[in-house]
Design a protein. Structure first.
Length: 54
């Protein structure tokens, strides 16, 4: 299953900007593809949850 940062933010009760900051830190540390859409798979969601402590 896939979700967007907005959907994940709603699930976790955090601001979607915070989700995107974590995503950039974990998956795009050098700013590559900075305007590409985020579609998160289960593995990415798990890593974001871990990073946020949720």
């Amino acid at each position: 299953m896939t979700v967007t940062p907005r959907e994940l933010a709603q699930q976790l009760g955090v601001d979607q900007k915070r989700i995107r900051r974590v995503l950039r830190k974990l998956f795009r540390p050098n700013g590559e593809n900075s305007h590409a859409r985020w579609i998160l798979d289960d593995e990415m969601v798990d890593l974001v949850r871990k990073e946020l402590g949720k």
